[in-house]
Design a protein around this ligand. Structure first.
Ligand SMILES: C[S@@+](CC[C@H](N)C(=O)[O-])C[C@H]1O[C@@H](n2cnc3c(N)ncnc32)[C@H](O)[C@@H]1O
Length: 244
């Protein structure tokens, strides 16, 4: 094989280290908040069972969960309260959560253990890298993105995780008929999400009115949503299904 034809795929991290790829903007600022003793212990005691590592590369969910159940991926689960509730309510579904905030990772593992949830695995890493390097195409039944950081100021909008490129990546990861479900309490972000989804190829809007859907029963109220409601904000849910 000539050098030209050799497979040169690298993880984004490897490529970044070699200076081959520099990502300019991230959707989060790493807040190294202190972990409580319980959060740290939960990670130490249960990472081996519940943790997934970016460095291990592409996952095979049938191996990871030891079954062929459908897989739901949640990006940015915060403290994991609603993710654990969903996993507990749907034991025949596998859940994978991704979060960069370590205390949230610890809190989520702690709640999952307390709830006796065994159908949940966690990545402690940037979701953009996980999608690129660890999630095989055409394998997810649902992708959930609930209350992503809204980056209110216009000059920060480039940090928003939802973009035309992101929604195309999600489409590639979904199975045909699989649903991308987003929710936000920030109207301008909801409008941008809708615009990105409407101009994306390969999705059908689940909404009867061709815009938003009522909050599905399956999505528990989150802390952020409760807060939004108290402040009199609306909440917008969007659901788009991948076309054949
Ligand atoms: C505003 S919070 C919402 C948390 C939770 N979904 C909820 O509704 O309570 C957004 C979360 O997304 C996480 N996040 C942002 N960008 C991320 C990324 N690229 N990969 C993984 N997590 C990310 C942040 O650390 C934060 O916990």
């Amino acid at each position: 094989m000539t050098e030209k034809n050799e497979k040169t795929h690298k993880t984004i991290e490897q490529a970044e280290q070699e200076g081959k790829y520099i990502r300019k903007v991230r959707s989060f600022v790493k807040r190294e908040g202190r972990l409580t003793k319980n959060q740290q212990r939960s990670i130490d005691d249960h990472w081996q069972d519940m943790g997934l590592n970016h460095s291990d590369g592409l996952i095979d969910s049938q191996v990871v969960f030891a079954n062929a159940n459908p897989v739901v991926l949640e990006i940015g689960f915060g403290m994991g309260k609603s993710l654990v509730e969903m996993a507990q309510a749907a034991p025949e579904t596998n859940f994978i959560g991704i979060e960069v905030h370590k205390p949230g990772v610890g809190a989520c593992i702690s709640s999952a253990i307390a709830a006796g949830v065994s159908n949940l695995k966690i990545f402690d890493h940037d979701a953009i890298d996980i999608l690129a390097d660890c999630i095989p195409d055409g394998t997810l039944t649902t992708v959930q993105l609930f209350f992503p950081d809204p980056w209110h100021k216009k000059k920060h909008h480039k940090r928003r995780i939802v973009s035309a490129e992101f929604v195309e990546t999600i489409r590639q990861k979904l199975k045909v008929g699989g649903v991308f479900h987003m929710a936000t309490d920030w109207e301008n972000y909801a409008e941008c999400m809708l615009a990105d989804m409407q101009s994306a190829q390969g999705y059908n809007n689940v909404s009867a009115s061709n815009d938003y859907v009522p909050r599905p029963e399956s999505r528990p109220l989150t802390k952020f949503e409760n807060r939004g409601q108290r402040l009199g904000h609306g909440v917008w849910d969007l659901q788009f299904a991948k076309k054949a």
